[in-house]
Design a protein around this ligand. Structure first.
Ligand code: SAM
Length: 235
């Protein structure tokens, strides 16, 4: 992918466009588009759309994440936002989680190709609502982040159990921030709405939203519930 478009995306997101960032990002996008020809990983393939919707968008939440934070990207798909974020912020201890085996296999291959020295990000195949009960992951992350996975009340039940006390759940959303319908869920899971950050992607006339939720109290052991209950009766 053309480095000038990657540079433009980084500048619009407030990320320094270092040579290393341009090189690693171009490598990742090339590997993604190549693999996408045989496995369905992303519908966004046109270079301009990749620069805005995949790169600028995924770099925008970096400003909310503290130096050296442990981060879990829940429902990462082909690695969004986790891989671009980690390329821009190699100080992060990044974990990528997804329920789809083919996407996890792709991500494992990306980590071997791009991050062979550290083997970070760590890639996990599993469902958030199951891993959220595993004591190696429950309340172990400074930040749980997710983009384009599900509605905010359901996403809160997937993500908040992973977050340490005083850590953050960062939900990346479109025009509608969904906080009104998720208020009850966020409170029940121990969270508190801290900030709604609105931004635009260059040359795209649609507002996007980042919702920042601070974990104030421990999540009760009964959450997350089983998949069917979460979907049938969102909190
Ligand atoms: N976050 C990526 C992005 O922004 O491009 C991927 C979005 S894709 C529409 C949603 C992804 O969430 C899928 O890869 C799916 O397998 C994953 N997913 C959905 N529910 C999940 C769950 N309960 N636990 C883990 N992954 C889940």
């Amino acid at each position: 992918m053309d480095a000038s478009l990657i540079k433009l995306a980084a500048e619009h997101a407030g990320i320094p466009p270092t040579l290393e960032l341009l090189r690693k990002t171009a490598h990742f996008i090339d590997v993604l588009l190549e693999a996408n020809q045989s496995v369905n990983l992303t519908a966004i393939t046109e270079p301009f759309a990749v620069a805005t919707r995949h790169l600028q968008d995924c770099w925008t939440p970096a400003r909310f994440i503290a130096e050296g934070a442990s981060v879990i990207d829940v429902g990462t798909g082909a690695g969004f936002p986790g891989i671009p974020l980690f390329i821009a912020r190699p100080d992060l201890n990044m974990t990528l989680l997804d329920a789809a085996a083919k996407r996890v296999r792709f991500l494992e291959s990306v980590v071997r190709q791009l991050f062979a020295e550290t083997l970070i990000p760590r890639v996990i195949h599993g469902r958030a609502e199951e891993l959220g009960h595993d004591l190696c992951h429950r309340e172990k992350y400074d930040v749980a982040i997710a983009r384009a996975v599900t509605s905010l009340p359901v996403l809160a039940e997937y993500c908040l159990p992973f977050v340490k006390l005083e850590g953050l759940f960062i939900a990346m959303k479109g025009r509608d921030d969904e906080t009104e319908e998720a208020k009850r869920a966020i409170g029940l899971l121990g969270g508190e709405l801290e900030e709604i950050y609105r931004y635009e992607l260059f040359e795209i006339d649609v507002p996007f939203t980042i919702i920042i939720i601070r974990k104030r109290t421990a999540t009760l052991p009964r959450y997350p519930r089983r998949t069917a209950a979460i979907k049938r009766r969102p909190l």
